[in-house]
Design a protein around this ligand. Structure first.
Ligand code: KDG
Length: 337
């Protein structure tokens, strides 16, 4: 056994030395990178940013130093998008939903009941469809590096368990600033209130809104269980996050620098999806322990929601989303083969 260990250890050291020598040899300058995000540091989003920071330092021989700024400390998603376009910030990760103000076709990801599971979401987002949509960003001053997982969204509120469509009647529900969410929840009979994520906890605490909708991970990491009684599992939308860089900044980088940043973003994507799914597995038990009452909406009622949301689908398609919706549906057929 002893005979084996020595060459193995030597191998690891050699690999480490080699990668840092390669990094020294590559055209990589010492740089500081501000990486902003909206959730808490101790959230799936924060852990993935930290993974990216460490991975980038490793792959660049310590020359590319990213620093994570969590809790919307650099601004909310839309403010950070604007900072990237202006070149005042280098990187961010946030929801694709707020990109509709930049490229309206990103709204296709917000249509309800599109993806049935994470596997097909990964295939569509990382495949030709997701990459083609990302390719629309540079003309707007942004570059998309990779999709991470926000997850399947569920409804929380203080009024009542949502067991059927009618239970949403009159519930003041915060939604992301995106017409599909507004139309969808208004069609469900709720009173949709578009609002930045950074204002949400206070709005729930002061009862400015009755409820919100987010993946279990976010309900846990943002401590919404402290101000929300009911969690109703609807999985009404699969919500991606997207890692964005400032195009102005990106164009000033060497090929080698872009390569290591892209590789680190992809490695962080794989880490984040695993971490998010593992945490979501444990999330419901955790939230029940914090006193939340959790119910699962049955298939018949979900079908009624799907039908009710049809006008939101049609409106998105009519407002120029028809082609992109058709392409996504074709990509889904492929992914399901
Ligand atoms: O900054 C928060 C976003 O990254 C994302 O969590 C958005 O799901 C989101 C919401 O509800 O605003």
């Amino acid at each position: 056994m002893k005979l084996l260990i020595k060459p193995l250890v030597m191998g690891f050291i050699a690999a480490g030395v080699l990668s840092s020598q390669l990094a020294q040899a590559a055209d990589i300058q010492p740089r500081m990178i501000r990486f902003g995000y909206g959730l808490a540091e101790d959230s799936n989003q924060g852990r993935a940013v930290k993974f990216f920071v460490d991975e980038l330092a490793k792959r660049s021989g310590g020359k590319l130093r990213a620093k994570g700024f969590g809790g919307a400390s650099l601004g909310n998603d839309i403010q950070m998008q604007n900072a990237l376009v202006g070149g005042a910030q280098e990187m961010m990760v946030g929801s694709t939903a707020t990109l509709v103000g930049v490229v309206k076709e990103f709204g296709v990801y917000d249509l309800p009941f599109l993806f049935a599971n994470e596997k097909e979401a990964d295939a569509v987002l990382d495949g030709p469809f997701g990459q083609k949509l990302m390719a629309r960003l540079p003309e707007k001053g942004l570059v998309g590096l990779s999709y991470w997982e926000n997850g399947f969204r569920n409804v929380t509120n203080t009024k009542r368990p949502i067991t059927r469509l009618e239970d949403l009647q009159g519930v003041k529900l915060r939604v992301m600033q995106n017409p599909v969410y507004i139309d969808m929840f208004n069609s469900f009979g709720a009173n949709a209130v578009p609002m930045a994520f950074s204002e949400l906890f206070t709005a729930l605490e002061t009862k400015a809104v009755d409820g919100q909708e987010n993946p279990v991970n976010t309900i846990q990491s943002s401590k919404f269980y402290e101000v929300q009684k009911y969690l109703s599992m609807t999985r009404h939308v699969y919500s991606p996050w997207i890692v964005l860089v400032s195009k102005r900044w990106w164009e000033g980088l060497s090929k080698d620098e872009r390569k290591v940043i892209q590789e680190a973003a992809n490695a962080a994507r794989d880490f984040e999806r695993k971490d998010t799914r593992a945490e979501a597995e444990r999330g419901i038990a955790f939230l029940r322990k914090q006193g939340m009452q959790v119910n699962f909406v049955n298939t018949a009622e979900l079908q009624r929601m799907r039908e009710k949301a049809k006008p939101a689908f049609d409106k998105f398609a009519a407002d120029s989303g028809a082609a992109v919706l058709k392409e996504l549906q074709a990509a889904l057929v492929q992914a399901r083969k």
